[in-house]
Design a protein around this ligand. Structure first.
Ligand code: CA
Length: 231
């Protein structure tokens, strides 16, 4: 079996070293690009199984690379994990808008990054196996049966509420903008972004105590938290 190839696009030498060491130790083949355009070229030519993409790069930004890759059918589905710095919080949201699959904030735990890589690779290898059952924070979604329960009690949701909850629960902890939610959860229905607030409000009410898992992220939108702070 061919080795899983991971492209690391990062300009910080110490980080390249840490990533290369750890990725190789996990058995991955590592390709490195230290500059934006080089990163894009290597992604297009080598077609890696996954890309670890720094946001701030010389030559071409991570966002632009992401955009280019998503625009071409050959590279549109490449799993991308964006590396961002804490100060770039809003850029993380932008990163998702142009299609990064996940992000980690620097400084990050290598262990966490390796876990995220495994999850993304598994998902990419078995898109049809994307779990029908999602559970977090006492809430259980059964996609096939279109059922939601909170601590075992059935809850009736509208299709839009269901998709909003599913979208957020598939990426616990990720902050979604209203626009993200509109696109991924509401799909082709034409709604105003403020309508999202109305759906979220209804969703929280129906989930009862578990509705507190849906947190408002000031200035951004919403996120699902599996563990409540202080618990
Ligand atoms: Ca950088």
């Amino acid at each position: 079996m061919a080795q899983t190839k991971i492209l690391v696009v990062e300009d910080e030498p110490s980080l390249i070293e840490v990533l290369t060491y750890n990725l190789q130790r996990e058995g991955y083949e590592v390709i490195v690009a230290k500059e934006g355009r080089e990163g894009l070229r290597k992604a297009q030519m080598r077609l890696p199984d996954l890309i670890i993409l720094d946001l701030m790069l010389p030559g071409m930004s991570g966002l632009d690379i992401c955009r280019e890759l998503r625009a071409s059918p050959r590279t549109a589905k490449l799993p991308i994990i964006m590396l961002t710095a804490k100060a770039e919080e809003t850029d993380q949201v932008v990163g998702f808008a142009v299609g990064a699959d996940d992000y980690v904030t620097k400084p990050f735990s290598v262990k966490v990054l390796m876990q995220r890589i495994k999850v993304l690779l598994r998902r990419a290898a078995n898109p049809e196996l994307e779990s029908d059952i999602i559970e977090a924070g006492g809430i259980k979604i059964d996609k096939r049966g279109h059922e939601v329960s909170v601590h075992g009690e059935r809850v009736q949701l509208t299709p839009t509420e269901f998709r909003l909850l599913e979208t957020m629960m598939r990426q616990v902890g990720r902050a979604f903008t209203r626009h993200d939610l509109m696109e991924s959860a509401v799909g082709d229905t034409i709604v105003l972004e403020r309508t999202i607030d109305v759906h979220i409000k209804a969703l929280r009410r129906k989930l009862g105590v578990a509705g507190q898992r849906i947190e408002t992220v000031r200035g951004i939108g919403y996120r699902f938290q599996a563990e409540r702070k202080g618990n």
